[in-house]
Design a protein around this ligand. Sequence first.
Ligand SMILES: C[S@@+](CC[C@H](N)C(=O)[O-])C[C@H]1O[C@@H](n2cnc3c(N)ncnc32)[C@H](O)[C@@H]1O
Length: 402
Amino acid sequence: MSTPLDYSAALPARSSWSDAWRGWLQRLYASERLYRWSLANPLTRRVTRRRTRQLFDLMAGFVHSQVLLACVRLQIFELLRRAPLTPAELAERTGVPLAELQRLLLSACSLGLLEHRSSARLGLGPLGVPLTTHPGIAQMVEHNQLLYQDLLDPLAFLRQDRSGDMAAYWPYAHGGGEAVRQPEADPQVQRYSALMAESQGFLVHEILSSYFFDEHRCVLDVGAGQGRFVSALAAHAPQLQLQMFDLPPVLAQARTRLEAAGLGARVALHPGSFLEDPLPTGADLITLVRVAHDHPDAVVRQLFRKAHEALPPGGVLLVAEPMARAADEPVDDQADAYYHFYLMAMGAGRLRTPQEIAALMHEAGFAAIEQVPNPMPIHGRLVVGRRTRCLPYFSVDNVNEV
Ligand SMILES: C[S@@+](CC[C@H](N)C(=O)[O-])C[C@H]1O[C@@H](n2cnc3c(N)ncnc32)[C@H](O)[C@@H]1O
């Protein structure tokens, strides 16, 4: 079982007035008469319809993701990438009976994955196009089946220790670094590393378009996987020296990829486990991309402390990963629900708010901690902190006393 979260610090301070107001709204929403009145009134109809649609979509979400999965498995997006086709042509190429396939195609149209074209043909819809340009999305759709298997009985999932398919997929999330040093873990390591490399592109774009690398000389990416981020960084900032740290079998596979990309000489590889080993020194920026959320607070504390020790004065730690919405942030998307359950199924990690990450960084000795705004937070958010240049007596904690 994981440790209960203390999220009280992330909650907004609410007055009893605000509670009374919300209680009144709750009674209002429960009124059948008000519901009917709001639908009849052109000024309120849109809001009521939107709420009802949102609730319907929540109820129907499983069907939506199965429609997407069926389209991915039948390679419908690939088939329609070249040119629109009729349902009969798609039935012939997929081997699914026409009557049933039509139902799937109409459902995919209603979800924006496909759309109707002239001469009774179907083409890619606005949400179908990205599936043909980013292979990582289809891979995640397929990978999510592990999670959905684990969640088939959500109460059993919540009440028992996590030991389902998703947990088995991530060997390091349970046995620490040791679990993946065994030779039999090789195929598992290869599988998760390939998935990570395919799905990292969106977050890499967020980092490169939001953070200035100009002040840095050398970057160490910890939990670097196959080196997709480091390879993109090599092209983005040619002045940088680059280092990668990850478990030995992961870096053995990364070496082949980096050499094929002509980066073998530019990137220094440091195999090890941040649970047992110190981090290598020499970098003035350490990055943790989708790493901290895999681990419990105790491991993250240790990792941030090791990053602090490895950095020179003025050096920076950058954490980039999906982060939770603080309770007083407006609801922009529903990604938190997915990530909370994904990380719970995976093992001992958790989704943290930027404020929680900042607090853990502060504990490890970092100062000048800030969130770096990025254009598409659903892929992940960025928090940076700096190792102070002050001598210990003048560190941030003591400054007020001076
Ligand atoms: C979720 S993956 C993220 C990989 C990559 N940064 C990305 O965003 O695609 C987490 C990475 O942390 C590495 N990792 C997990 N435990 C580790 C440990 N104890 N020491 C070093 N690396 C570790 C894994 O091997 C994996 O490559």
